[in-house]
Each structure stands twice: as C-alpha cells, then as structure tokens.
Design a protein around this ligand. Structure first.
Ligand code: OOG
Ligand code: MG
Length: 257
C-alpha cells in the first residue's frame, strides 16, 4: 500500500497558512496517522527553512485539561517555532495574516544545555536558564478550528505567532502561579500554572520525550512554550492582549484594527 503523500499534504497546509485560507481536514481522507503527521510537520518546517526562516524553539500543546476540552483532543502534542513567528513584547500582529486567530497565556523557558540522548536530565534549573510569561497566537489552518489528533499535529499544532515577556531567573516554585489573560484590560481567562500537567516543568520532560521519539533534540538557546494554562480566546481587530503570570510579569500584543 502506498502511504500518505507527506510532501503534498505539507504543501497544502503551508499554502493555507501563507494565504490565510482555511482548508478541510485531511487526515481521515489520506490515512494520516500520528507518525506520518509529524513527518508532515517536519516537511512544513523544511518549507519555512528553505525560505530563510530559522528554527528557534519548540512548543507544547494540549498540556492542560482546559485546552484538551476546548478542542476535543486528549493527547499532549508538540510543534516547531521559527524566528518569523516571534512578535516583540508589546508588538502588533497583522490580523490579515491569520484565518481565525486565538490567543492563550503560556509560560516560556529559555533552554540551557541539555544532556546528550540517553543521559539523565539533570535538575530543571540546569536545563533552563530563565522563564518568562508568554502569549501564543494559534491559528488552525482547518475550517472551524476543528481537527483530529493527526490533523493538528500535521498543522504544526496550530502554531502561528508568539510573544515572550521579560526573562527572569528560574523561581523556586513554578507549579502554582496565578495566570490571567486580559483583553482590553478585562480579565478573559483565569488559571494557574498548575493546570499545565500539574507543574509546567513536566512539560519540558514531555517535550524531550515526545520530540525525541521523532529524532528531534531540544537545543541550547531555544524558546520552549509549555502550553496554555487556560482555554484560548478569539483575537479580535484592535484588541490589546496581556498575559499576566504571578511572579513572572506580563507579555502583551496588539492586533491591527
Ligand atoms: C492546538 C494547539 C494547542 C496549547 O497551548 O495547548 C496549544 C490548538 O489548540 O489549536 O498550543
Ligand atoms: Mg499553545
């Protein structure tokens, strides 16, 4: 049997992102399983690298129950971040570049040197140089923001843009910090870092393990997004969005009108 057309599917998803046009889901029709979906994701990344983008990090998805419930997929997933997706803290995002963008509050880690494959991961403080509040802007390339597990993996886990606030040294406890998502000064979502796998530090273990299964090693200097602590909120024209994480501070962005 001939397997799914990895390059063709990556091209469809890449073109959907480039033109900000939704496409139908494709995993069921093409027989895409999780492994093939990560192969599509790798081909999509290569497409970005070929046009000069740089790989700058890794993001986790569906590390909280709030997120799993919102999209109806119950597995932790991971995707790739490139330099072009990064928006400066306080910066403006062009809404015309997205299909149906949503924003979600996250915690970012700045990775230090990680052990070689097979070596035990030392302490979290050895692996992570700094932590920061962050906002992820997700934009599923599928119509109605609806997808299966292989569909969302192939679509680089809906990654579209991200903002990282000021870095702080790793605090003693990261496992129960209050998290707010504010839109135009009003609280839109309330949560805690405990929502992220019980402790966002666990997201790093999961990232190393799950990406490692596909031969991807996390690198020194990468940004690592641990996954949203709350459900995501639609990003409306002109909105000012701020994520607040207790002890860490804020990250913000504005959408064009
Ligand atoms: C999938 C990506 C999930 C997170 O932080 O949980 C994610 C999606 O919701 O479209 O980035
Ligand atoms: Mg996210």
């Amino acid at each position: 049997m001939i397997g799914p057309d990895i390059a063709g599917i990556a091209e469809k998803l890449g073109a959907a992102a480039d033109s900000a046009t939704a496409i139908p889901q494709l995993a069921a029709e093409t027989g895409l399983d999780v492994d093939a979906a990560y192969a599509v994701q790798t081909a999509l990344l290569q497409r970005r690298l070929d046009r000069g983008e740089r790989l700058v990090g890794l993001k986790m998805g569906l590390t909280s129950k709030a997120k799993m419930a919102q999209v109806g997929v119950g597995e932790v997933i991971w995707g790739r971040l490139t330099d072009v997706m990064r928006v400066p803290d306080g910066g403006t995002v062009d809404l015309g570049a997205f299909i149906h963008p949503r924003v979600e509050p996250e915690v970012a880690f700045l990775l230090d040197r990680l052990p070689e494959p097979g070596e035990p991961l030392g302490s979290f403080a050895d692996a992570v140089r700094a932590v920061a509040p962050a906002i992820e802007l997700i934009d599923s390339r599928y119509a109605n923001f609806t997808f299966s597990l292989p569909d969302v993996i192939a679509d680089n886990t809906s990654a579209a843009a991200f903002v990282v606030g000021a870095w702080s040294p790793v605090p003693d406890g990261l496992d129960n910090l209050g998290v707010l998502l504010e839109i135009d000064g009003r609280v839109a979502q309330v949560g805690s870092t405990a929502a992220i796998l019980g402790d966002p530090r666990r997201a790093l273990d999961e990232g190393i393990r799950l990406a490692g299964r596909h031969g991807v090693r996390l690198r020194e200097g990468w940004v690592f997004l641990a996954g949203a602590a709350t459900a995501a909120v639609p990003l409306r024209p002109g909105a000012h969005v701020r994520a607040v994480v207790e002890k860490l501070g804020t990250a913000s962005l504005r959408a064009t009108a």
